[in-house]
Design a protein around this ligand. Structure first.
Ligand SMILES: [Zn+2]
Length: 402
C-alpha cells in the first residue's frame, strides 16, 4: 500500500481532544489555542473523525495508537506489560508473561500514591535490584522512575489486575489480583504483600521518609500479557517506518511492528519535552524512511492534571515549536496528518473512548477549508472512519486524470 514515492508523517498529540470547558465559555482547548499550523493542515487538507477505541476495550493510549496504525486491538492487544518490556529490550518467549510493576506508596492499607512520589530512577533501581535478590519467583527488570517490569516465564495466568492510578485512596485489599483462589494470583498477591517488608526497611526509603517524600514501600503488578502477535509495518504496508516517542508503551508498539525507534535528546514525554528536536529528527528520519509516527505526550499529561492553561500551552507548543518546523522542512511529495489518540478532557482528567478529529494534508487531498477542532472533524469531507480505515485513507493513491 502507499502511493509510489510519497512520504508520510503522522503527528499524534496524545489526549489533545477535549469536551467543551465551562471556563472557556463552552469552547475546547483546541478551539481557543493559537495553532496556525494545525489549522493550515486542516484548511488545505481534509478532515474527518476516527474511532480509535473498539467497543468494550479500555481507552488506553496503547489500544488507541494500535488502532490508528491499522492494527486491530481486539486481536493483538494483550496488555501494557509486554509492550513496555519490548521497549526495555526484554525478550519474551511465547509462554512468558510480562507485568507492569509499579513502585507505589501504601499507607494504612490504602493506595496512597501510584508513583511513589515519582521516585527517581536511581533510587528505584536499588529497590528493584533488592527485590530481585530477595524473591525467587519471576524476574524483576528496573525501568524508569516508578515504572518497572516483572516477568513470569512459562505460565498462563487467567487473572485480572487493577491499574494503581485508577484506585487512589482505596483499600488495597479490595484490589488484589483476582480470582483470589487462582494459584498464580495467590503467589503474586503474596509477593506484592511481602514486598512491603523488604522495601519499607530499605535505606533508600528510610532516606525518602526523612526528606518528607513518599516511600516506595510496595510493588503493584498489573496489565500483564504475552508477547503480542503484530505484523511488521513494512510487511503490512510496504513502507519503511520510524517511530518517535518518549513513552515506553508507544515505543513498544514500534518495536513489535519493527519500526526504527528514533531517540531524540531531551524528549521527556512531559511539558518540557524537546519539541524542536522532535521535528528535526522526524525530518531527518523521512530521508531514509517512508513513514514517520511522531508521538507527543504532553497534552495528555495536562489533561490528567486537569491543568487547562497547560493543556492550551502544550497544543500551542506542539503547533509552533514542532509542526511549524515540520511544514517548513517537509519534502514536497509528503502527506502530513495530525490527530489525537483519544480525548483526555480537562474536566474528566482521564481518557475517554470517544472518536477523535483528524486532518490530513498533501498531494491528492483537496482542502476542506476548516480549522482543526473537534466539531470541524465531524464537518470534514472524509466523514467517520473506524480503526484501520485511517491508514488506508492516508495511504490512498493520488488520482491522476486519465
Ligand atoms: Zn493517549
Amino acid at each position: 500500500m502507499g502511493s509510489r514515492g510519497l512520504k508520510y508523517i503522522v503527528v499524534l498529540g496524545d489526549g489533545m481532544a477535549d469536551h467543551p470547558v465551562r471556563k472557556l465559555g463552552g469552547k475546547t482547548p483546541l478551539e481557543v489555542a493559537h495553532k496556525p499550523n494545525m489549522d493550515s493542515i486542516a484548511r488545505e487538507g481534509r478532515m474527518g473523525v476516527l474511532k480509535t477505541v473498539p467497543n468494550g476495550m479500555p481507552p488506553g493510549s496503547d489500544v488507541a495508537n494500535l488502532s490508528i496504525l491499522g492494527y486491530k486491538p481486539e486481536c493483538c492487544y494483550t496488555g501494557r506489560g509486554p509492550l513496555e518490556a519490548a521497549d526495555m529490550g526484554i525478550k519474551l518467549g511465547a509462554k512468558d508473561v510480562a507485568f507492569r510493576c509499579n513502585l507505589i506508596t501504601e499507607r494504612e492499607g490504602r493506595m496512597h500514591d501510584y508513583s511513589a512520589g515519582h521516585i527517581t530512577t536511581e533510587e528505584a533501581r536499588e529497590l528493584i535490584k533488592e527485590l530481585g535478590r530477595r524473591f525467587r519467583i519471576g524476574e524483576f527488570y528496573p525501568g524508569i522512575t516508578y515504572r518497572h517490569i516483572f516477568v513470569l516465564r512459562n505460565c498462563n495466568p487467567e487473572i485480572q489486575t487493577d491499574p494503581p492510578h485508577e484506585i487512589p485512596g482505596e483499600p488495597i485489599s479490595e484490589h488484589m489480583i483476582r480470582p483470589r483462589m487462582n494459584e498464580v494470583a495467590k503467589k503474586l498477591n503474596k509477593l506484592m504483600l511481602d514486598s512491603r517488608k523488604v522495601l519499607s526497611s530499605h535505606i533508600v526509603n528510610l532516606v525518602r521518609e526523612k526528606q518528607g517524600k513518599n516511600p516506595a514501600n510496595m510493588i503493584w503488578l498489573w496489565s500483564h500479557g504475552k508477547r503480542p502477535k503484530l505484523e511488521s509495518f513494512k510487511k503490512k504496508y510496504g513502507l519503511r517506518a520510524a517511530m518517535i516517542s518518549a513513552v515506553p508503551l508507544i515505543r513498544g508498539i514500534g518495536v513489535y511492528t519493527k519500526m526504527s525507534i528514533i531517540n531524540v535528546p531531551g524528549a521527556t514525554g512531559y511539558f518540557d519535552t524537546n519539541y524542536e528536536g522532535k521535528a528535526v529528527y522526524a525530518l531527518k528520519a523521512l530521508e531514509d524512511h517512508d513513514f514517520v509516527y511522531l508521538h507527543v505526550e504532553a497534552p495528555d499529561e495536562a489533561g490528567h492534571e486537569g491543568d487547562l492553561e497547560m493543556k492550551i500551552k502544550t497544543i500551542e507548543d506542539l503547533d509552533r515549536r514542532l509542526i511549524g518546523h515540520l511544514l517548513d522542512g517537509l519534502p514536497e511529495n509528503s502527506r502530513i496528518a495530525v490527530l489525537p489518540d483519544h480525548p483526555t478532557p480537562i474536566e474528566v482528567k482521564t481518557h475517554v473512548a470517544e472518536p477523535v478529529p483528524f486532518a490530513v494534508y498533501g498531494p491528492g487531498l483537496k482542502g476542506d477549508g476548516l480549522s482543526f477542532t473537534e466539531k470541524n472533524g465531524r464537518r470534514g469531507s472524509v466523514g467517520f472512519l473506524v480503526g484501520d480505515q485511517f491508514m488506508r485513507f492516508l495511504f490512498q493513491k493520488v488520482k491522476t486524470p486519465a
